[in-house]
Design a protein around this ligand. Structure first.
Ligand code: GRF
Length: 200
């Protein structure tokens, strides 16, 4: 069975979307571990209610080495940052080359980088006057939001009246694209060729 670990910090709606696709039988994957820097966030509560093992990252980040060992022992195939709001240390990223993916709520390489998370992103998108936004799934490297782009979905935001409206539309799309991409990984259909990522 293909195994993933989901890293979360907030509401966990993406975690829930993945969980539901698995429950429906659309995704032959197991969520083997939920990792968070916030022990009391909704995403962790969701994991606990659904009997998924959890791991809490220490405030001083001192247990990342322990986490690497746990992930290796569990033979995790893919690490999914699904709303994880803490920068991951370089040595952790280096331990899992091309095995960590992140979902970002805008079309990278625009509207990314340090400080660009949550409503900061959607406010910037709204104020920029762009006509499309949407989620990006990319590999994680040692710079914020700069790893190779795996998949994107552009949605029309021509007639939105507020950043909040963009947030709702983008999140709705995230819930579709993230399980889709995980499924493609689990089917071994994601290939990195030079600076491009191909999904078969
Ligand atoms: C999403 O918008 C995701 O793109 C961003 O954080 C948000 C997480 O939402 N990285 P949730 O916790 O999955 O509801």
């Amino acid at each position: 069975m293909y195994k993933i670990a989901c890293f979360v910090s907030g509401n966990g709606s993406n975690l829930k979307a993945i969980f539901e696709e698995i429950a429906k039988g659309n995704l032959l994957t197991e969520i083997s571990l939920v990792v968070s820097n916030k022990s009391d966030c909704n995403a962790v509560k969701f994991a606990e209610v659904n009997a998924i093992e959890t791991f809490i990252i220490a405030k001083d980040s001192s247990n990342y080495s322990e986490l690497i060992n746990i992930l290796l022992n569990k033979k995790i195939d893919l690490i999914v940052l699904a709303g994880f709001l803490k920068k991951i240390p370089d040595f952790f990223v280096d331990a899992f080359p091309n095995k960590i993916i992140n979902i970002h709520p805008a079309l990278l390489p625009s509207f990314g980088g340090k400080g660009m998370y949550g409503m900061n992103v959607h406010n910037a998108v709204f104020n920029s006057s762009v006509k499309v936004s949407g989620p990006t799934i990319h590999f994680v490297n040692n710079n914020y939001d700069e790893g190779l782009i795996i998949s994107q979905r552009a949605i029309d935001i021509n007639d939105v009246k507020s950043p909040e409206e963009i947030a709702v539309k983008v999140l709705n799309e995230e819930h579709k694209i993230l399980p889709f991409v995980i499924r493609k990984f689990s089917e071994n259909k994601v290939r990195v060729i030079g600076s491009r990522v191909l999904i078969d």
